[in-house]
Design a protein around this ligand. Structure first.
Ligand SMILES: [Zn+2]
Ligand SMILES: [Zn+2]
Length: 231
């Protein structure tokens, strides 16, 4: 154990994976999460929060919004008259929210490479935005507030981003919670007669079955029917 430059704070495990500990609190800050460590809920949450905060406050985040505006994605998904020139639009991560996406990436990395810091996670979040792999819609303030208070379905046509690539790329990261969210969304999308690319959603529904299988999640507990049922 080494003494850091702050009183009562010690730097532990410095060669391998530094962590800050203090005699005054049970709380410790690890530099990296690895597949073999055990985490409590607070540590895990703090990794997600720090990475997401870092990403949201980056210059990239603002630039990405302007980039989307420049592509003509510049209005509220539910109020086409509310455009970026007259109102502050908010970038909403749909199907999976930004926390879900951060969890998906974290779990995948821990289950594969086995090593992740909050800086890595922030970097992954940014990279996947750069690649346009993140499901996004713009919402006006009112819509955004109402979405976060109750479920608001967004048609797949309205979503920007090749989110199916993200979901496949991090397929070792699916847990029951995330799979349920996605399957609920796909079911809703398949029932939506205004959406015409149903074969596409059906393929994804089959993918989910194999992702669930990979992760050992009991698929019969998920609300997924086989595509066969529909024909
Ligand atoms: Zn949102
Ligand atoms: Zn709106």
């Amino acid at each position: 154990m080494y003494s850091a430059n702050y009183p009562d704070i010690l730097l532990n495990n410095i060669e391998y994976n530094p962590e800050l500990v203090s005699a005054n609190t049970d709380y410790k800050i690890r530099f990296a999460f690895t597949a073999n460590d055990r985490y409590d809920y607070e540590e895990y949450e703090s990794l997600l929060n720090s990475a997401i905060r870092e990403f949201r406050h980056s210059r990239f985040y603002t630039q990405y919004k302007s980039y989307l505006y420049s592509l003509g994605i510049d209005r509220c998904a539910f109020h086409p008259n509310i455009t970026s020139d007259i109102a502050d639009l908010e970038m909403h991560h749909c199907i999976l929210n930004i926390y879900d996406i951060a969890i998906l990436i974290t779990e995948h990395i821990l289950n594969t490479t086995g090593y992740l810091t909050e800086f890595d996670l922030a970097e992954y979040l940014q990279q996947e935005h750069v690649l346009n792999n993140i499901p996004i819609v713009f919402l006006c303030k009112t819509c955004h507030q109402s979405y976060h208070h109750r479920y608001l379905y967004i048609n797949p046509n309205q979503i920007f981003g090749q989110w199916w690539i993200l979901m496949d790329k991090y397929k070792q990261g699916w847990n029951r919670d995330l799979l349920e969210k996605l399957s609920r969304y796909l079911q809703r999308g398949l029932d939506d007669k205004t959406y015409t690319r149903n074969e596409y959603l059906m393929k994804l529904r089959d993918d989910i079955l194999s992702w669930a299988d990979n992760r050992g999640v009991m698929i019969n507990e998920l609300n997924i029917k086989n595509t066969e049922d529909e024909r």
